[in-house]
Design a binder for this molecule. Structure first.
Ligand SMILES: NC(=O)c1ccc[n+]([C@@H]2O[C@H](COP(=O)([O-])OP(=O)(O)OC[C@H]3O[C@@H](n4cnc5c(N)ncnc54)[C@H](O)[C@@H]3O)[C@@H](O)[C@H]2O)c1
Length: 335
C-alpha cells in the first residue's frame, strides 16, 4: 500500500484525492491546504483523512511514501524539493516547475535518492490520446503532416501563470508523447487584454526538422468552448473533440491524390473523401490509470510516461515560448 499526502485541495486536488482513495494500492493519509474551508470540505467527504494547514506535517510524516503537489505553479519547486529531501516520491501537477533550473535540481535530487517523480500531464493517460498513439505506431495514419489544436473558452483566468503555461502545456505534452520528436524552433505571440493579468490569448507555432508542423491556439477570452485537435496525415486524418462525450475521436479516410501524367505540367490533384470511423475508446478516467501507473513506477523504479525529465522538457518549451512572446513572435531555435 502506497501512503500519500496531498498538498493543495483547491480545484484539482479533490480529483487526485478521490483517485488515490479509490485505488486499492494507494491511500491518502493527510491533506493540507491553507484555506480552512477546503479542509472542512475534505474532512466531510473523507472523515478518515487527517487535515492540516501545515504541509510540513505531510513532509515529516514517516508513514507517508509519496507527496502529491496540487498547489499553484510557483510553489511546485520548493514543495517538491522538500518532499524529495525527506525521501518521498513525488507527484507534481503540470507544469512541473516555473524555470528550467528548478526542474534540473529536482531531477538531480530524485536521481540521487532513487525516488520517482511523475508530472501530471493527464492528457497522456486519456483513452483518446492512447488510441491515437496506437494508430500512429501501427502506421495506420501514414506520414504525419500537421497538428492543429484549438483550446479556447471563457476563463478561468489564472493569477500566477499565463494561458500558455495553463492550456498550451497540454498540447506540448501530447505532441511530445505522440510524435516523440523535439521541435527545431518555436514561435509564439500572445497578449494580455485584462490589466494586471498574464497573457490570456496565445498562438504558438512549432517547426520540426522534417515537414511536420504544429500550431496551438490557446485562449481564455473566447465566447465558445472548443477543445479540438486535428492531426493531418497522408493516409488518414484524425479529429479529437474532447467535448464530444460519445465520439471523441473521428478518423477520416480523406486526403489528396496526385495523378502524375507523362508531362509533369499535367499532374492532377484529386481529393479522396472516404469513410469516417469513430473508434470505441475506453472511458476510464485518465487519473485512475495514472495513479496505477505511478504505483507501478514507484515499485519497479521504471520512469513514468510523464517523468520529471519529460516535465522538464515541457518547461523548456514553455520558457522559450514565453521568450518568443516577449520578442513579438521571433522564432527561437531549440537545441
Ligand atoms: N492536470 C490537469 O489537467 C490540471 C487541471 C487543473 C489544474 N492543474 C494544476 O493543479 C495545480 C493547482 O491548480 P488548481 O486549479 O487546483 O488551483 P487552486 O488555486 O484551485 O488550488 C490550489 C490550492 O492550493 C492551496 N495551497 C497553496 N499553497 C499551499 C501550501 N503551501 N500548502 C497547502 N496548500 C496550499 C490553496 O489554498 C488552494 O486551495 C496547478 O499546478 C495547475 O496547473 C492541473
Amino acid at each position: 500500500m502506497l501512503n500519500a499526502g496531498v498538498i493543495g485541495y483547491g480545484y484539482w486536488g479533490p480529483n487526485l484525492v478521490r483517485n488515490f482513495m479509490d485505488c486499492e494500492h494507494t491511500s491518502v493519509k493527510k491533506v493540507s491546504d491553507l484555506d480552512p474551508a477546503r479542509l472542512t470540505l475534505c474532512k466531510t467527504r473523507y472523515p478518515s483523512i487527517q487535515t492540516t494547514n501545515d504541509y510540513r506535517e505531510i513532509i515529516n510524516d514517516s508513514e507517508i511514501d509519496a507527496v502529491v503537489i496540487a498547489t499553484p505553479v510557483a510553489s511546485h519547486y520548493p514543495l517538491a524539493l522538500e518532499a524529495l529531501k525527506a525521501g518521498k516520491h513525488v507527484w507534481v501537477e503540470k507544469p512541473f516547475t516555473s524555470t528550467v533550473e528548478q526542474g534540473e535540481i529536482l531531477l538531480n535530487e530524485a536521481e540521487k535518492r532513487g525516488l520517482t517523480i511523475i508530472v501530471d500531464h493527464t492528457f497522456i493517460y486519456t483513452g483518446a490520446v492512447q488510441k491515437i498513439k496506437s494508430l500512429l505506431d501501427e502506421k495506420q495514419l501514414g506520414n504525419v503532416y500537421y497538428y492543429d489544436s484549438v483550446r479556447i473558452n471563457l476563463g478561468l483566468f489564472q493569477h500566477d501563470v499565463d494561458v500558455l503555461w495553463d492550456l498550451a502545456v497540454h498540447d506540448f505534452a501530447i505532441l511530445h508523447y505522440l510524435f516523440g520528436k523535439k521541435p527545431a524552433a518555436i514561435s509564439a505571440i500572445g497578449k494580455s487584454h485584462v490589466a494586471g493579468r498574464p497573457e490570456n490569448t496565445a498562438f504558438v507555432s512549432l517547426m520540426y526538422d522534417d515537414n511536420f508542423i504544429a500550431h496551438i491556439n490557446a485562449n481564455w477570452l473566447s465566447p465558445v468552448k472548443v477543445r479540438q485537435i486535428l492531426i493531418g496525415c497522408d493516409r488518414k486524418m484524425v479529429v479529437f473533440n474532447d467535448l464530444d462525450q460519445t465520439e471523441k475521436l473521428k478518423i477520416y479516410d480523406s486526403g489528396v491524390v496526385l495523378n502524375t501524367k507523362d508531362n509533369i505540367n499535367e499532374t492532377l490533384l484529386g481529393y479522396r473523401t472516404g469513410d469516417m470511423l469513430a473508434p470505441k475508446i475506453p472511458t476510464t478516467e485518465a487519473l485512475k490509470d495514472e495513479v496505477y501507473h505511478f504505483v507501478h513506477c514507484v515499485e519497479t523504479g521504471e520512469a513514468p510516461l510523464t517523468s520529471g525529465a519529460m516535465g522538464l522538457e515541457m518547461v523548456r518549451l514553455l520558457c522559450l515560448a514565453s521568450k518568443s512572446i516577449k520578442q513579438r513572435g521571433a522564432p527561437l531555435e531549440i537545441k
